[in-house]
Design a protein around this ligand. Structure first.
Ligand SMILES: C[C@@H](O)[C@H](N)C(=O)O
Ligand SMILES: C[C@@H](O)[C@H](N)C(=O)O
Lengths: 165, 165
C-alpha cells in the first residue's frame, strides 16, 4: 500500500498561546494577529476554529524564546479587543507528518491519530494542510509520539536525523 | 518589498462540520477522524484547537458533495464517543494565500486578516501551514474576499484563472 507520508518531524521548542472568547466581529482577528506581527514575532501556526455563540478561540504556536513577548502582545490586544482570557503552555511537542501526495489525507490523519491514541497519548491540537498534518501533544510524550507515528507509517525512526531543532 | 505570496485561490464548493464538546481523552480524535476515513470521504482540513475545561471543538472542511455522508459519520461517532452537538454550514468560501517562502508568516497572516476586516468581511476560521494561510468566510463574501486579498498582496485578480473548481 503506497503511503504518501515521506517524513515525520518533531519540534520541542515551541509554546502555545490560546486566546479564548475572541469576539466574532470583523477586524478582531486582524487586531490580534497584527499585534504579534508588528513585534516581528514569527508565528508558527495560527488556528481559529468556527465561532460558537458569538466568540471563537484562537491559538498560536510560537518559538519558546518568543513566548514572553508574544504573550505581552496578546494580552494587550485581547484586553483592547474585548477578548477573554489568554492562556499558554510551554511544555508542548509538535509532531508533523509530511507528504507529497496527501490526497488520501483522511486515511493519513486517522492513522496518525489512532497511532497516538493506541499509545495512550492525548492529542491537544490538530491542523492539516495539503502537505502536512501537525499534532500537538505534551512535550513529555513527544519522543513516544514521534516513534508511534514513524511506526504507523512504516518509516525508520532516526531521532537525531529527524528531530527539528 | 518582497512579498512571498505567489497566489490566492478560492474554493466555493466546500462545507464545514463542527463537533463541539469533544472529550479531551486519548483516542477520541482518532474515533472521529477514523469514522470519516473509513467511508473514504476526503477531508480537506481538520482543525482542533486546544481543549478547554475537558473538551475541544473539532472542525472539518469537506467537499459539498460529501457533506451528507460526512455528517452521518460524524453524528454517529460523536454520539458514540460522548461528544456534544454536531453543527454544519454549506455556504462557506475558503480563501487561501499560498507562498513558497512564508517565513515572514506573521506579517502575511496579519495583512490577510486586515485586508478582510477592512473590507467588512467576517472571518470564520483560520489555519496556517508552512506554505499557506487559509481563511474561511461566508460564501456570499467570497468573491469580495478574494479580490481584497489579491489587492493586499499586489497580485492581479483573474477570477477565472484563480478560482479553484
Ligand atoms: C473571530 C474573528 O475571526 C472575527 N470573526 C474576525 O473576523 O476578526
Ligand atoms: C480532544 C481529542 O483530541 C482528545 N484529546 C484525543 O486525544 O483524542
Amino acid at each position: 500500500e503506497d503511503v504518501p507520508v515521506c517524513g515525520v518531524a518533531i519540534d520541542l521548542n515551541e509554546s502555545r498561546i490560546t486566546i479564548s472568547g475572541v469576539p466574532d466581529t470583523r477586524g478582531v482577528a486582524a487586531g490580534l494577529v497584527g499585534a504579534i506581527a508588528e513585534r516581528n514575532i514569527n508565528i508558527d501556526t495560527i488556528v481559529q476554529s468556527f465561532p460558537h455563540q458569538g466568540t471563537a478561540d484562537m491559538s498560536l504556536v510560537v518559538k519558546d524564546r518568543d513566548l514572553r513577548e508574544a504573550l505581552e502582545a496578546c494580552e494587550a490586544a485581547a484586553s483592547e479587543l474585548g477578548a477573554g482570557e489568554v492562556s499558554w503552555e510551554e511544555e508542548i511537542a509538535r509532531v508533523s507528518a509530511v507528504g507529497k501526495g496527501m490526497v488520501a489525507h483522511e486515511g493519513i490523519a486517522a492513522r496518525m491519530c489512532t497511532a497516538l491514541g493506541d499509545e495512550g497519548i492525548n492529542i491537544k491540537m490538530i491542523t492539516t494542510s495539503e502537505i502536512s498534518i501537525s499534532v500537538v501533544v505534551d512535550s513529555a510524550a513527544g519522543e513516544r509520539a514521534l516513534r508511534a507515528v514513524h511506526k504507523a507509517f512504516g518509516l525508520v525512526h532516526l531521532p537525531k536525523a529527524t528531530a527539528v531543532t
